[in-house]
Design a binder for this molecule. Sequence first.
Ligand code: FAD
Length: 463
Amino acid sequence: MSTTATSPTLASLADQLRGELVLPGEANYDEARRVWNGMFDRRPAAIARAQGAVDVVAVVDNAREAGLELAVRGGGHSSAGYSTVDGGIVLDLSRMRGVRVDPGAQVAHAQAGALWGDVDRETQAHGLAVPGGQISHTGIAGLTLGGGIGWLSRKHGLTIDNVLSVDLVTADGRLVRASATEHPDLFWGLRGGSGNFGVVVSFEYRLHEVGPLVLGGPILYGLDDAAAALRNARDVMADAPDDVSLWLVLTHVSSALPVPEELHGTPVLAVVPFCTDLERGPDLLEPLTSFGSPLGSFHGPIPYAVLQSALDGVDPHGHRYWERGDYLAELPDDAIDALVDGARTVSSPRSEILLFPMGGAVARVPSEATAFGDRSAPWAVWIASQWTDPAEDDLHRDWTRGFSATLAPWTTGGVYVNAIGGDVTEGRKAAAYGGPAKLEQLRELKREWDPENLFHLNHNVAP
Ligand code: FAD
């Protein structure tokens, strides 16, 4: 046993939990402290694996009273490493993954430790879904609290636009429900304000009829054809209906993908058109699916849940990641050329440059309706650098920074809070919260709900 294990706070906390308290020196400590991004190799004083809201209250109370730093972990995918901490307590929700669907009411209740794969699995059994993340091992909690952008967003909005209520434990250890009618100010802040206001124990989501079959899957172009395919995608999306969504990915074909082996390792642009309407979809997507001379097309009807997990192996746990996202005000030819140049100079074949259209239902929700920063940008870019050797950290971080700087002429200055990435600055955080007015509104809420800033391991709004 380490000395930490004998600290009175942790010994008493262990007795209060229905779940488990994992301490340094215990056999499962190294497994329990691990997060998705291998860059963050931290050593908490304890990892509390909560099993229910009462455990969450106990951890919050003990951390507050003992003055221990508290990191809250849903799916563990924070790109800035906020869901782990040296010397503090990690509140790990991974034992709270229950999802209950009421198909008649088209509503799902999901515990905050659920992953998107859990939610998609339970909701798709009823032909229903909520807009959510596109990798099934991502957590619903961090993603939802930041906004949530997915395949269904142009049609049904951000994840937060489909949240009906949130149950959370506040900094003073109360269990509170926030919704349009209960603590509506707090409900506003929880939709885009990240983990600043409490530990969510469950979300209630509005569901939509989706699938099971949808149209999706990539069409792969060689880099010499990438600029033309990007220009085509831009022109198609300029007046595309909300039913049409799209992801554009400049990358090397991963061997984790179910495509012919001879394509593995090839630098490509993957154009991934998406539509839930199997009847009208082929016509709506035709300007994208019939374009040019791709290296291969893997587009067609696919179960929504399969599409949602098709890329899981591309971003595995434990690799090293450095990310940065920005919104683009426009996508002129010069910007497209800069993106393709990025694909040619990229420092790691595992890295991806992702580009996706916003708009549709995302942009129709008034900005002031939620704490989400910026709904007006037509495009978002997300640079996701990935490698495995720690000796290459500087190389790939520098490339990410250098490449993102080349896109500066077209960025709006705004950023999706979940895409701030590894370089967190006060300016980027303020931009993610939509500028001074929203930031001040969030500060007021923070002063009311967490005046001591117990929840500060997040894109923090200082009280
Ligand atoms: P965690 O690291 O567990 O949590 C992140 C932060 O959220 C925590 O530090 C904490 O501040 C807060 N938090 C977590 N749980 C709680 C809780 N229960 N109560 C209060 N606060 C909490 N985003 C999209 O919008 N769409 C995508 O398709 C998408 N795909 C992604 C794919 C991958 C592989 C990765 C790594 C990220 C992706 N993201 C996407 C970004 C994603 O939204 C963020 O990384 C998000 O933080 C992940 O949530 P998590 O619960 O897994 O992370």
